[in-house]
Write a protein that binds this ligand. Structure first.
Ligand SMILES: Cc1cc2nc3c(=O)[nH]c(=O)nc-3n(C[C@H](O)[C@H](O)[C@H](O)COP(=O)(O)OP(=O)(O)OC[C@H]3O[C@@H](n4cnc5c(N)ncnc54)[C@H](O)[C@@H]3O)c2cc1C
Length: 510
């Protein structure tokens, strides 16, 4: 990359890092990451030059993270080969267009964009992909259906008082949020304690301060979102994310406001990146190999020999000077030869142990829009929202997100659970379902993902992200993917941020 180009990118990163001090995502994690990014951005790595065949890079994994890494690398002059196991780029950004007869689309994977998703929004803008508000200001409220009773947003938190069952929780959690980092941006002793505490125990410790239903609701919501039971999750997944501002309406995920979506569906971004990589001038430097599944890796001289299985069962081997691993750790940990690379022990531990959630989506058409755009329920269907908000049409697209063991099952059982739960809650709403219009994706069963998104288990939140992100083998092996994001693990924004970081790590100064 030319020095001026590099400097302008660095300036962009510094601006981003500053912006991240006040934008979306977990507070402490984002702030730590911003401080780290500032340092990293000011000291570009002097890796081996990437020009020409000797410097070619393999990007393994054609999700948005790998595609962004490939795009940044190709723009900087590198020769890039992208290898994707499936026949489709985009991975967990997966839009089903014309899902309903009237042409509404649905999202099998990533759906909501937060207004503070700086890296994602910047890449969308650079590549000409538009983003739009998800819901009008008057979006209908959430219904909390817990223990046979129904509550509304103001029962959780009414900022006018403030009153509501969440107020006392907010005060306790806010105190913990303020105690996570010291003045140098390092995790405090309290943060480590909370990391070592299962979320179930943290919620139990709040029982004396509020009504049990609100804690049950929070447990349900965190299980559905992260795809792991609350007894296995780090309590920092909750403490560092939940909105605690009692002067504003209740925000389940704080600054992760889910306020926007990508126009035409999330797949529009990987599709645009694919067009850019396959068109002039980048096509001269980029080759995309679909249906190439990484099966084995080995050191070969100064490079890395990658062996792929292709769709017809044949194998294909090539040696690269640099590799970006942009496939989930759930898949990477199964690659033959990984143990023989002599990666540091802490890296192998993180690859093998980082938590990955199991969530599934069952998406069903409906003949009318529901009164509540979101329902959190303990009747077995966990969480449901209206994905047709902001789309033109009379019907609705009801997305049911559920987690853990149910998410490792199959569609018929999930549909039965949704129908039974909705019928018990609201026969009228259940009557609008058009079950013939349906689709589902059980991400834990997906052969190239084996999970929905990375999730920090007990003890991992303060210890794993920086190790996951770290390049290895003297900078020849970089890591991308949402699971290696320093500030937004588990999100599309995190995937983009990690792809950009991995590319930057491999780019040498002229
Ligand atoms: C149900 C669900 C809902 C979500 N909702 C949101 C949301 O609302 N907002 C949000 O921001 N995020 C959301 N996310 C998360 C977001 O979709 C992901 O964080 C992001 O898309 C991950 O991108 P990635 O490139 O890191 O990984 P992926 O998209 O998984 O890409 C990895 C690629 O590697 C390929 N691969 C795997 N193994 C191999 C191999 N051996 N060789 C070659 N290629 C291989 C895979 O086929 C895949 O294409 C959601 C995710 C799920 C599952």
């Amino acid at each position: 990359m030319a020095r001026t180009q590099l400097l302008s990118w660095i300036n962009g990163r510094v601006g981003q890092a500053r912006a991240e001090l006040g934008v979306s995502g977990p507070r402490a994690l984002t702030r730590r990451s911003a401080l780290g990014l500032l340092a990293a951005a000011c000291t570009p790595q002097a890796g081996p030059a990437l020009n020409g065949e000797a410097g070619s890079v393999a990007v393994v994994g054609g999700g948005v993270s790998g595609l962004v890494a490939a795009w940044r690398l190709a723009i900087s002059g590198a020769m890039v080969d992208v290898f994707e196991a499936s026949g489709r780029l985009g991975g967990r950004m997966f839009t089903l267009r014309d899902f309903t007869p009237e042409g509404l689309f649905c999202e099998l994977g990533g759906e909501f964009v937060d207004s503070g998703d700086e890296a994602l929004l910047r890449v969308c803008s650079e590549i000409g992909v538009r983003v739009e508000p998800m819901a009008p200001e008057s979006a209908s409220p959430t219904l909390y259906d817990i223990g046979g009773f129904q509550w509304g947003d103001s029962d959780v938190l009414d900022p006018a008082g403030p009153t509501g069952a969440f107020v006392a929780v907010a005060l306790r959690v806010a105190a913990d949020q303020g105690a996570l980092l010291d003045s140098a941006g390092e995790w405090t002793e309290r943060a480590r304690q909370l990391d070592d505490l299962p979320l179930s125990e943290y919620l139990k410790s709040l029982m004396d301060s509020t009504e049990p239903w609100v804690l049950d609701m929070l447990a349900l919501a965190w299980q559905a979102e992260f795809g792991v039971g609350v007894s296995q999750q780090s309590s920092l997944n909750f403490v560092d994310l939940v909105g605690t501002d009692t002067a504003r309406p209740f925000s389940l995920h704080g600054k992760r406001d889910g306020a926007m979506r990508i126009v035409g569906g999330s797949s529009s971004l990987p599709e645009a990146l694919e067009r850019r990589l396959s068109g002039e001038p980048l096509v001269q430097r980029v080759a995309i190999h679909k249906r190439h599944q990484l099966a084995a890796i080995a050191r070969s001289g100064d490079g890395l020999k990658l062996s792929f299985r292709t769709e017809d069962g044949s194998s294909f081997e090539r040696t690269f000077a640099h590799v970006v691993m942009a496939l989930p750790f759930t898949r990477l940990r199964e690659i033959r030869g990984l143990g023989g690379l002599a990666l540091p022990a802490d890296k192998m531990m993180v690859i093998n142990e980082l938590g990955h959630g199991a969530t599934a989506k069952l998406i069903v058409g409906a003949s009318a829009r529901p009164a509540n755009s979101r329902i959190i329920s303990d009747r077995g269907f966990q969480m449901m929202w209206d994905s047709s908000v902001g789309q033109t049409g009379a019907g609705a697209v009801l997305t049911n997100l559920f987690a853990d063991d149910a998410a490792k099952g199959e569609e018929a059982a999930a549909l039965a659970r949704l129908q039974a739960g909705l019928s018990a809650l609201s026969p009228e709403l259940a009557g609008t379902l058009t079950p013939k219009v349906r689709t589902s994706l059980f991400w834990a069963n997906h052969p190239h993902t084996r999970g929905s998104r990375a999730t920090c288990l007990v003890g991992q939140y303060t210890r794993y992200p920086e190790i996951a992100a770290r390049a290895e083998l003297d900078g020849r092996l970089a890591f991308a993917g949402e699971h290696t994001s320093l500030s937004a693990m588990g999100t599309m924004n995190g995937a983009v941020e990690a792809g950009e970081r991995a590319a930057r790590e491999l780019v040498a100064e002229d």
